[in-house]
Design a protein around this ligand. Structure first.
Ligand code: IPE
Ligand code: IPE
Ligand code: MG
Length: 242
């Protein structure tokens, strides 16, 4: 990819970057290692990218960490992923707090273990006033599930007589999603060469720029992010206009 044009007219950094962090298993397989080794290196890559985004002035970073479909994986792998989440929620929180990172979570918490739900709540409360970067972790997240939960909530309000069905417009619907108060992503990056959304931010992705890279997530570094942002700068966003 070409470097970003360094002119005064260069568009601003994307405000919101979202990443489908894929390829941990293939990274491990290529080295003859168990899949969990790829997930561990993937967690290390998260730290680098969070710091890089903060330095680049990106205001929101959403990371797809565990989908509502990832429960289909073998129990041992799910346990490994939840274990890594526990460790990182415990050990990284101080560093995040110090670096001005606000942690937020999207996805359905109901299926998560109670101690993870507690760690998530604590992380959100502790970092609530941080303003440098909002790090949004998608855990047990699926776009269909999120839209269904929002629809159910709005239907409940309508049935209770608190909301007229005609009042449900885009703003009202967006406010019922897990991402209420978070702007839609400007750029969605997927690593590992797959070219699909896999149920990620389906409503919010309406006008996102999509970038697919063959780099496996554990190898995704600051330069890869800079390359993706440079590619984003070369795109022309039209939103249906001429
Ligand atoms: C992404 O890597 C991590 C999660 C989905 C949790 P994968 O585990 O999907 O890795 P591949 O796609 O098998 O290489
Ligand atoms: C998407 O990756 C989910 C996350 C990165 C958390 P998957 O590896 O689960 O997606 P598919 O199965 O290849 O579509
Ligand atoms: Mg995968």
């Amino acid at each position: 990819m070409q470097p970003a044009p360094q002119s005064a007219a260069a568009p601003p950094s994307p405000a919101h970057v979202a990443v489908i962090m894929d390829g941990n298993g293939r990274w491990a397989k290529a080295r003859g290692l168990p899949r969990v080794a790829g997930h561990k290196r993937g967690a290390d890559a998260v730290r680098t990218i969070v710091e890089s985004c903060a330095e680049m002035g990106i205001r929101y970073l959403t990371l797809y960490a565990f989908s509502s479909e990832n429960w289909k994986r073998p129990a041992e792998e799910v346990d490994d992923l939840m274990g890594l989440l526990r460790i990182h929620l415990t050990t990284e929180i101080d560093r995040m707090s110090r670096n001005g990172v606000r942690l937020r979570f999207i996805g359905d918490r109901k299926r998560l273990a109670p101690d993870i739900v507690r760690l998530i709540g604590e992380a959100e409360a502790r970092t609530r006033d941080n303003r440098r970067l909002d790090l949004v972790l998608a855990i047990n997240y699926g776009g269909h599930d999120e839209i269904l939960r929002a629809a159910r909530r709005l239907a409940g309000e309508a049935a209770a007589g608190r909301l007229e069905p005609d009042e449900i417009d885009e703003a009202r619907f967006a406010a019922a999603l897990d991402t209420a108060e978070i702007p839609p992503p400007d750029l969605i990056i997927r690593t590992s060469g797959e070219q699909r959304l896999s149920n990620f931010l389906l409503w919010q992705a309406a006008y996102a720029e999509l970038i697919f890279t063959s780099v496996l997530w554990p190898d995704f570094n600051r330069q890869c992010l800079a390359d993706a942002v440079a590619e984003y700068h070369r795109r022309e966003r039209r939103y249906g206009g001429s």
